[in-house]
Design a binder for this molecule. Sequence first.
Ligand code: MG
Length: 257
Amino acid sequence: MKGKYLLTLLLAGGCYYANAQEKAKPEDTEVYTPVPPEVKPAKKCGDAPSDAIILFDGTNLDQWVMADDRNAAAQWTVEKGILTVNKKVGNIETKKAFTNYQLHIEWRVPANITGTGQGRGNSGVFLASLGKGDGGYELQVLDSYNSKTYTNGMASSIYKQHVPLANPTLKPGEWQVYDVIWTAPVFGTDGKLVSPARVTALFNGVLVQNNVELKGPTQYIGQPSYGQAHGACPIKLQAHGDKSEPLSFRNIWVREL
Ligand code: MG
């Protein structure tokens, strides 16, 4: 009697499963909301799509200030559509603060660059600037074309944290492109880290950082850690103190996510 009951149950279960499979339709798993906002892509790949905030279009530094004195206008050189680092005045950063975003930025080391290792076309994109000096999370900018240095400090490294997956650096004198997706760290109301920062980066169209997790803001000496909770931050460009010829930037835009 027990066996018969069990058999009946199993048969009924099987029937139910078969019926459920028969009744399922393709429409059951199709969704219509949310509707993604319409964005007009740029006519030329690499140019800003319709919803981007233009940070530098070749004409002025209206979107930037000096990083060490946010009341001062950014004093790097703008000439012929190109922004060139002024090493004498220091880092610049955006007026606006950002949380999660997609960033496009192009940079060029002078063709006649001199120096070696970290002293050859060093700059950097601080994906979130944390105050004065080199505070923040640095995506390294450096001449890494046939030029050796520690690999977690080469071009497109997350400085001293993540070695790039490849080295697609073009030779000095050529424009190079970074496309970056920045996911800001999240902190709880108690100031404790809830989720770390993450970076995905393409360098000249080649994936170099694949959703890597950051251990904290960049540390030149010692291990990084999330010491201080923070919210939205500016994006900062580095005026590195090396002796080599200053490099240039152009076509900088960001899309908030
Ligand atoms: Mg640097």
